[in-house]
Ligand binder design. Structure first.
Ligand code: FSX
Ligand code: SF4
Ligand code: F3S
Length: 358
């Protein structure tokens, strides 16, 4: 049977998977999508009838970090995603074809699968066309042409979601996020520089399984992966609450796992799944490895620096976190600090709930 005609289940069987392997893959997908295990049956049923979905992956002003991250997905394994779930028809980094041949492949998908293919975009769009032309066509024009008949659009990475590093001051190319160019279609923002592999594959899996985009927050990010701040699930959080902070890189405190807030950690204002899902198949994430979160999934993160200087305030509140107060070692002062922090956390959670409700 032609691979395009096979369902995802049939495709897995033809690659030597057993029914048991297939069910295991579905269970992993359910978890990867941030779904409850009771929804596992719906995932199995969908995978039994859904066909592989064509994907066009545009790389615009980027560093290829998003593609590099994507090919390291371990739950689900990238082979299952690439060979069973999607048919990656166009990608500069992974395609064997190049030049006119690959441009033809993109046009072929647009013509033959209108309303069926997924468009994934990595990188930002220069408003000054001459900064990025492929085959004599500007990035903006290629994006508009490809987006027109797409079933869904995924903004992979902080560059396509917010502008990212190319849009950092002084933004010489006039870099913009894709949401500034495409106004008539829903776009799923999957920010991070780069995003976590399993978040990227989880969003695609949701689209294939349910035929719809996942539940989004008011910024267009999937709630399943961006509902918590890094700070809410951080492995060093107990030390923050106890007022124990690393004072410099490599000091005894940092080795003991103390909080990295004084070293510039942006975890309190960053929404992402790193602290829960971690990276490289769940091995670690920046804070666990000793580096403060630099807020890479937030808009304008590059200009919100310096990275290694502590935030004086939590933006959006009138309250200041003063680690000197928390860490003074005096019970009263520590209690006051924790009370301030608890207030800030409650305030942020509340505003977040409100935003979520909107
Ligand atoms: Fe790089 Fe992607 Fe950062 Fe941007 O990830 S890792 S600069 S988000 O577009 O390739
Ligand atoms: Fe973790 Fe950073 Fe919060 Fe400290 S400030 S608990 S290191 S997220
Ligand atoms: Fe980025 Fe912070 Fe995660 S820097 S990788 S959002 S811990």
């Amino acid at each position: 049977m032609n691979n395009d005609k096979k369902t995802i289940y049939q495709s897995a069987l033809s690659r030597g998977f057993t029914r048991r392997d297939f069910l295991k893959m579905c269970a992993m997908l359910t978890a990867a999508m941030g779904l409850d295990y009771t929804q596992n049956n719906s995932v199995v049923q969908a995978m039994e009838v859904s066909k592989r979905v064509p994907v066009i992956w545009l790389q615009l002003q980027d560093c290829t970090g998003c593609s590099e991250s994507f090919i390291r997905s371990s739950h689900p394994k990238i082979e299952s995603v690439l060979l069973d779930m999607i048919s990656l028809e166009y990608t500069e980094a992974l395609s064997a074809a190049s030049g006119h041949q690959i441009e033809e492949a993109r046009k072929h998908v647009i013509q033959n699968y209108p309303g069926e293919y997924i468009l994934a975009v990595e990188g930002s769009i220069p408003m000054h066309d001459e900064y990025l032309m492929v085959g004599g066509v500007s990035a903006k024009q290629t994006l508009l042409e490809t987006a027109k008949h797409a079933k869904a659009i995924l903004a992979y990475g902080s560059c396509s979601s917010w502008g990212g590093i190319p849009a950092a001051y002084p933004n010489p190319t006039g870099a913009r996020p894709i949401t500034d160019i495409i106004k008539d279609k829903p776009i799923v923002r999957v920010p991070g520089c780069p995003p976590i592999a399993e978040v990227m594959t989880g969003v695609i899996a949701h689209l294939i399984t349910f035929g719809t985009i996942p539940d989004l927050d008011h910024h267009g990010r999937p709630k399943a992966f961006y509902r918590h701040r890094i700070h809410d699930k951080c492995n060093r959080r107990a030390y923050f609450d106890a007022g124990l902070f690393a004072e410099s890189f490599g000091d005894e405190g940092s080795k003991q796992g103390y909080c990295l807030y004084k070293l510039g950690c942006k975890g309190p204002t960053t929404y992402n799944s790193c602290a829960e899902m971690r990276w490289n198949g769940g091995v670690s994430y920046p804070i666990q490895s000793g580096n403060p979160c630099i807020g890479c999934s937030e808009s304008n993160f590059w200009d919100q620096g310096p990275f290694y200087t502590r935030m004086a305030e939590i933006p959006g509140t009138q309250t200041t976190i003063n680690p000197e107060l928390i860490g003074a070692g005096i019970v009263g002062a520590a209690a006051a600090g924790i009370a301030i922090h608890a207030g800030v956390t409650a305030f942020l959670n509340k505003s977040n709930d409100k935003e979520g409700d909107e």
